[in-house]
Design a protein around this ligand. Sequence first.
Ligand SMILES: Nc1nc2c(c(=O)[nH]1)N=C([C@H](O)[C@H](O)COP(=O)(O)OP(=O)(O)OP(=O)(O)O)CN2
Ligand SMILES: [Zn+2]
Length: 127
Amino acid sequence: MNVCVTKAFTFDAAHNLTNYKGKCEALHGHTYRLEVTVCGTPNELENGLLMDFGDLKDLVNKEVLSKLDHSYLNDHFEQPSTELVAMWVFETLKPHVEKLGLVLTSVKLFETATSWVEIKADASRGD
Ligand SMILES: Nc1nc2c(c(=O)[nH]1)N=C([C@H](O)[C@H](O)COP(=O)(O)OP(=O)(O)OP(=O)(O)O)CN2
Ligand SMILES: [Zn+2]
């Protein structure tokens, strides 16, 4: 049986879209919501935990939120769209999750309550 664990986070950041015509070319900010899901098989379960929620929190805080929270996203990304930030989050976390013998299957990044991007990977192959 495939088992998945998800942890949700929020962080605050400012950005302005580049090469874009519309209100989002102006400097503005969001409280982003980030949801990270890792999956594995029962064989990898230890003490009933696939991955401790606290360990997933520490990993995301260290590798992602320490860089993005209260930052100006244009300092990190040429185009700080939700798509490109979510792709970076996925690629940043993937090797760390794989080291644990688990698969990073989903990164969801909400720019607002009604607008989000999801990056999904196959639960068994992790790509
Ligand atoms: N595909 C994308 N479209 C847009 C992005 C993006 O990252 N990817 N970003 C923006 C802006 O950054 C904007 O801040 C968010 O846009 P939007 O969801 O339209 O925000 P609203 O608060 O105006 O949403 P409403 O639900 O319509 O009030 C634009 N597009
Ligand atoms: Zn925006």
